[in-house]
Ligand binder design. Structure first.
Ligand code: ARG
Ligand code: ASP
Length: 718
């Protein structure tokens, strides 16, 4: 017995020496074997079966993939769904108008009748997860070419799909894990009638906006409420007035007891993508080459937008969402590079690689990685330049791509193909031009084409840019290139483009071929496809198979280490503790923020830091009801060591007993490198405290009928 105990302790210590506390995005199916003991040792009172069970209602039955890009959770017996404000942003925006601005004023349905439908929005439940690796790998042998291997797997996957008997409303998803070394199948149920129930105004739901994005300390009430509707027999159904609120297999009770430093927390959701097992040359490339280039490009575009937005209120509204989107990852990459440097990620990887070589005897693979990363670098860099400059940040060039598709549709499928695509285009264009400002785009065009032409190898620069640039440079006129292309093109003008679409397809083609912006986009794409994308994909496919082999060799070399698969938009559990952190010398951040801190940041009338007067009144009167902390203050956010990424937005933070304590929405800036190099010393996820959500719904919005359908509990006061 004693020997067993000692071996067990030694084993646990061994595990601990490899993994950071908090690191890992685990497959719910494997919690029992890999995580349950550790989770319980950290304070969890649940069993793995309480979290994931196929046979009875478990926590997983309260968690949904929200629209395929965020997470949501069910918090009442009537299908009430909680997610982030920034996850429901598109829906909230679509219901808003100048007269009824829900972004600005918020919205609270007073009854089920007032809840608003959202075509296209869905919520996906996970019914069952199955390891199908053996079946997927049948007949796959070492040394097979990638193509050979994949074609066998594809056939196997078809067979696996056929072996599942699905219910009428179920969908099967099969995904590769561990870089293609394993496969898991997910039986899912999708609900398509998801209605908006409530949202706070932006001055709460997006408080701090871009300045505070990725930042701790944070004071954002980033939440919104939806409801899943089902047919009268509680099955998924397309929207119908006859639909009724869905009765879930499980919903999360909400704790009123809050959190303290070191409390156990678990975050359950759908993280999108991580790369935790890259070799050192990959990290080096990100830090030294790719991130700096992307940051620099966005820096220039954002500065131009900012200049115009500050000068004109209308442009500010027009560009708010675009600016936020571009700024979000710009800021993330800056934090990521800083974090990778600060934590010595490259050295850490190199040390690990030394260990790996010792344990596996395999020196070859790391040399191959090194050579292949060196080979891919010029293509990877040009690819990032092309994507950022020609597709993302010069808006008109991104838009023009649709016209190339229109022509392709005509060439491939004749009139019908043309008309089909044209109908989609006519739908899309008004939205594009509504938020389009030619002056901004022209200036961005001038700056970024120059940056492109002077940063990448000349063979990747379209002739027009070379010619115009040489000429304009001689004139030393910075904006002349933009002026030349824009004033000679019809593309920046909504009227001209719409009029063009009235014409005969043949005439449309003639006009387009003559348009300087269209031509530039076309030539640029051609150069990119032939000279960049093609060789890039060749090297990338070598890297993918190296990574697959490396992943497997690591698992073989360290048989006692627990490996979690990289995020791939499938359901995962991560757990950690409520903890502050030290971002730099002499600075320590405590883990909880309060309404008092929002008041400190308050700037009346500011678009980022304004506070609604009702909230100020509640603060003055200390009218907090049951939602205050034991210190008498209303908490807003808290942080923990849970390992999260994009897609985890809207994920529930769950306490030791299975109750909701918070809502995940962001990470602390210094630790955004957790996507490649999780480090518990500075990686923190940011959650809205559940009590702030309740406080806003109840005291601020006066929507106590919504509180009434929830189950509020006191797990700490027994
Ligand atoms: N940084 C968070 C996440 O990636 C929140 C983004 C939304 N908020 C914003 N200010 N852009 O995606
Ligand atoms: N804000 C992210 C999201 O939208 C979460 C993160 O990257 O931490 O999913």
């Amino acid at each position: 017995m004693k020997i067993l105990k000692i071996t067990l302790i030694a084993f646990i210590l061994h595990i601990a020496s490899f993994l950071n506390a908090g690191e890992g995005m685990w497959i719910p199916l494997l919690l029992k074997s890999l995580n349950e003991a550790e989770m319980q040792s950290m304070g969890m009172k649940l069993s793995a079966e309480d979290i994931y069970s196929v046979n009875r209602g478990s926590l997983k039955d309260a968690i949904v993939h929200f629209g395929g890009f965020c997470t949501g959770e069910i918090i009442s017996g009537s299908g009430l769904l909680l997610t982030n404000h920034h996850c429901g942003y598109g829906q909230i925006q679509s219901h808003s108008s100048v007269d009824n601005n829900m972004l600005k004023n918020g919205f609270w349905a007073k009854s089920h009748k007032e809840e608003l439908t959202n075509p296209g929005l869905f919520a996906r439940f996970i019914d069952e997860i199955k390891d199908v690796s053996k079946e997927a790998m049948m007949g796959v042998k070492e040394g097979m070419s990638n193509k050979e291997r994949q074609s066998i797997i594809d056939i196997n996957l078809e067979g696996i799909k056929a072996s599942f008997t699905l219910g009428e409303f179920q969908e099967l998803i099969i995904r590769p894990f561990y870089n293609g070394n394993q496969y898991y199948a997910f039986v899912t149920t999708v609900f398509n009638d998801v209605r908006l129930v409530g949202t706070p105004p932006e001055s709460i739901g997006k408080f701090g906006s871009d300045t505070d994005n990725w930042v701790w300390p944070r004071h954002t009430g980033d939440f919104s409420l939806f409801r899943i509707y089902a047919s009268p027999d509680n099955q998924p159904a397309d929207y119908s007035p006859d639909n009724v609120p869905y009765k879930p297999k499980h919903f999360l009770p909400i704790s009123l007891d809050g959190v303290e430093e070191d409390d156990f927390t678990m975050v359950f959701g759908f993280p999108g993508r991580t790369n935790e097992y890259l070799p050192s040359p990959a990290i080096e490339q990100v830090v030294d080459v790719l991130n700096p280039a992307k940051i620099n490009i966005r820096d220039k575009a954002l500065k131009i937008m900012d200049k115009y937005m500050r000068a004109d209120e209308g442009i500010k509204i027009q560009y708010a969402s675009k600016f936020a989107r571009i700024a979000n990852y710009w800021k993330k990459w800056i934090g990521e590079s800083l974090g990778l440097k600060k934590t010595g990620a490259i050295k850490r990887k190199l040390d690990y690689e030394t260990e790996f070589v010792k344990a596996s005897g395999n020196t070859n693979i790391l040399n191959e990685f090194k050579a292949t990363y060196r080979d891919i670098e010029p293509y990877a860099l040009t690819r990032d330049y092309y994507n950022e400059v020609a597709l993302r940040n010069i808006e008109i060039l991104g838009m023009i791509r649709n016209f190339r598709r229109l022509i392709t549709a005509y060439e491939e499928n004749g009139e019908t193909g043309y008309e089909n695509f044209k109908a989609r285009l006519i739908n899309f264009l008004p939205g594009f031009y509504k938020n389009y400002n030619e002056d901004i785009d022209k200036e961005v065009f001038g700056e970024l084409t120059e940056l492109y032409a002077s940063s990448v190898d000349q063979q990747y620069v379209p002739d027009q840019l070379k010619k115009e640039w040489m000429f304009m440079r001689a004139l030393k006129d910075h904006n002349a290139v933009g002026n030349y292309f824009f004033s000679n093109s019809i593309m920046p003008s909504s009227e001209k483009v719409m009029a063009l679409l009235e014409q005969d397809p043949k005439d449309v083609m003639v006009t387009l071929k003559d348009d300087p912006l269209y031509k530039l986009g076309e030539d640029w794409e051609k150069i990119y496809a032939e000279k960049v994308s093609l060789p890039y994909n060749g090297h990338k496919s070598i890297l993918d198979s190296l990574q697959r082999v490396y992943m497997k060799s690591q698992m073989d070399a360290f048989p006692n280490k627990r490996f979690y698969p990289d995020a791939n938009s499938t359901m995962r559990v991560t757990y950690g503790k409520v903890n502050g952190y030290t971002p730099k010398d002499a600075v320590y951040y405590t883990p909880v923020t309060y309404l008092d801190g929002a008041i400190e940041k308050y700037v009346p009338g500011d678009y980022e830091f304004d506070i609604p007067s009702k909230l100020l009144e509640l603060y003055e009167a200390k009218n907090y009801g049951q939602y205050a902390d034991s210190n008498g203050k209303v908490p807003i956010c808290f942080i923990g060591t849970n390992h999260t990424t994009g897609g985890n937005s809207g994920s529930p933070a769950i306490d030791a007993h299975g109750n909701l304590i918070g809502l995940n929405f962001d990470r602390a800036w210094e630790g955004t490198m957790s996507d490649m190099n999780y480090d518990a010393s500075i990686c923190r996820n940011i959650m809205v405290d559940a009590r702030y959500i309740l406080f806003i719904i109840d005291k601020f919005a006066g929507a106590s009928h919504i509180i009434d359908e929830m189950k509020l509990v006191h797990p700490k006061k027994k």
